[in-house]
Ligand binder design. Sequence first.
Ligand SMILES: [Zn+2]
Ligand SMILES: [Zn+2]
Length: 188
Amino acid sequence: MLITHDTRCALNTVVDLVNTAPEDDTAADGLPDLEALAVFVRGHAVSDVGVLSEFDLSAVRKVRSRFARIFAAPDARAAAGLINELVAAAGTTPRLTDHDGYDWHVHYFAPGASLADHLAADCGMALAFFVVAGERERLRRCEAPDCRRAFVDLSRNRSRRYCDSRTCGNRLHVAAYRARRKESESAG
Ligand SMILES: [Zn+2]
Ligand SMILES: [Zn+2]
């Protein structure tokens, strides 16, 4: 599966966006205010973003929960339906660009689109390509029981089970190692 620079950026952005959502009512929102939203936009080099308002903040949070549902979709058909709705609502204007020295690629957001529509269009299309390539299963949630962060598994054989957070993979490895040792001790 060909993953261009922009697709990779869009994937990072959507994963990080989904992971700012509070896990439950007691957890803090990773995008609590406009300041946090501005930091997010700068950190992910989202282009053509104007002055942000409270409207943008609530719209981005809404888009975030729609993306979370796509990551939680049980199958490709469900994901496709959700992506179609999301992208249609945002409106897209595909156009070729080779900005900043990158090879030719397509931007989807309409010129002057709001931040939420921008994210919905470009990140939505990045996810759409995974469905097209028969790779929807790569859109995952971490299997560590107390984590469940979203991530995209770009490993060759789709074998990744844990998110980027080192603690998840390591912690699970340690737990598995201890369990194995315990087993062999009690067996021996
Ligand atoms: Zn671009
Ligand atoms: Zn994790």
